[in-house]
Design a binder for this molecule. Structure first.
Ligand code: NAD
Ligand code: WQD
Length: 335
């Protein structure tokens, strides 16, 4: 029996693959490498010393999925595959609706066909829109401000309906907050194409000298230092949350949402200062105007995940900053 990881060559998928293999699970990865590369699959093998089947294939293709289910006995799927760039999704909404929705619909159809009814889905804190209060609980109202977020919410609703119609189906819908950091070995981590949209990859590229200066998007928010506050979570803690979710869906049916965050909010300047301190590197920055669509504060209430999944984040902001740079300095600067 194996666990199929869609998008397993990507940032979160590769770290989850490592944690699953370390927990002695059999895994199979499907990824079309549209936002990753084959080296990342090799790196998972290198860290774990374990080989596993890899299919370079598209989750939107029913025939490719059927072939994988025919060739393997798949018990559970963890579905990471999808596009994730908020800004691009506003420019190219069709690209996002097509890939994120079609891949999930095809996957669920093929799962049903092969009698596989256990799924862990990668959702996002973006489905909470602009929350009225923090910390955010799973039962807070949902809303979205961009097509990417809308795809996540639409998929959540589709999965809810599938669970209602089929009592065997069990879905853990994990709402990630802001994953950063990298594997301790520095062998896998986050390496976005082009100029990064997200804070930590931008900082590491400035640290490596690839970009000149970090723009801090606004210092007039109602936060402790005026800059935006987020719930940054180490990607290895996040990956371990998937192991806990796998245990949960084995013993439960139906659709359940879980926040995967630390429960602590840090500002842009907190991140910047901690990165500088733990890595002993100066990051030049300037304050610029707010980024459209950004909210002031977002952090999780992770109580439900602690209670039902028996999971909580353990790694510190120092670990996140240190491990992000340990990976990036090799990957970008070759140091
Ligand atoms: P990523 O881009 O690094 O990984 C996604 C992987 O999916 C990539 O390797 C890509 O090649 C693959 N992929 C995309 N479409 C595919 C398709 N149709 N068929 C096969 N493979 C396909 O992204 P990530 O940061 O690892 O995110 C993983 C999941 O978590 C995504 O669904 C994302 O929306 C969600 N998420 C990410 C964050 C974040 O900040 N990184 C936050 C919340 C939720
Ligand atoms: C964090 C903070 C910025 C870049 C995004 C998605 C969300 C989820 C996680 C997928 C904010 C500030 C950033 C920069 C800055 N992804 N910032 N200068 O926007 O919280 O969340 O990634 O589901 O859906 O929206 O993350 O890393 O872009 O920003 O000052 O160059 O850093 O304003 O306060 P965000 P981020």
């Amino acid at each position: 029996m194996a666990i199929l990881i869609t998008g397993g060559a990507g940032f979160i998928g590769s770290h989850t693959a490592v944690e699953l293999i370390s927990a002695k699970k059999n895994i199979i990865i499907i990824d079309n490498l549209c936002n990753s590369n084959i080296q990342s699959v090799e790196n998972i093998r290198k860290i774990t010393g374990v080989d596993f089947p890899f299919y370079k294939a598209d989750c939107c293709c029913d025939a490719d999925l059927e072939k994988i289910f025919e060739e393997n006995e798949i018990q559970t799927v963890i579905h990471f595959a999808g596009f994730k760039a908020v800004g691009e999704s506003t420019q190219k909404p069709l690209k996002y609706y097509k890939n994120n929705l079609k891949s999930t619909l095809s996957l669920c159809e093929v799962m049903k066909k092969f009698g596989c009814s256990h799924l862990v889905f990668s959702s996002s804190a973006t489905v909470y829109g602009a929350p009225k209060t923090v910390p955010i609980k799973e039962d807070f109202p949902t809303s979205t401000t961009n097509p990417y977020g809308t795809t996540k919410l639409m998929i959540e609703n589709i999965l809810k309906d599938i669970c209602k119609a089929d009592p065997k189906f069990s879905v853990a819908c994990l709402r990630y907050f802001n994953p950063i950091g990298a594997h301790k070995t520095g062998i896998i981590g986050e390496m976005p194409n082009g100029i990064p949209n997200n804070l930590m990859p931008y900082i590491t590229q400035v640290a490596a000298g690839k970009l000149k200066i970090l723009s801090v998007f606004g210092n007039d928010y109602e936060t402790h230092d005026g800059t935006g506050v987020r719930d940054y979570i180490h990607v290895v803690d996040l990956a371990k949350g998937h192991l806990s979710a796998l245990k949960y869906i084995k013993n439960h049916s139906g659709f359940e949402t879980f926040n995967l965050g630390t429960g602590t909010g840090y500002s842009v300047l907190d991140i910047l200062k901690t990165f500088e301190r733990v890595n002993n590197i100066k990051i030049p920055y300037k304050i610029t105007k707010r980024r459209p669509g950004d909210i002031a504060i977002c952090y999780a209430d992770p109580t439900k995940s602690k209670k039902l999944l028996n999971w909580k984040a353990l790694l510190s902001l120092e670990d996140m900053c240190c491990d992000s740079w340990n990976f990036a300095k090799k990957a970008i600067a070759g140091k």
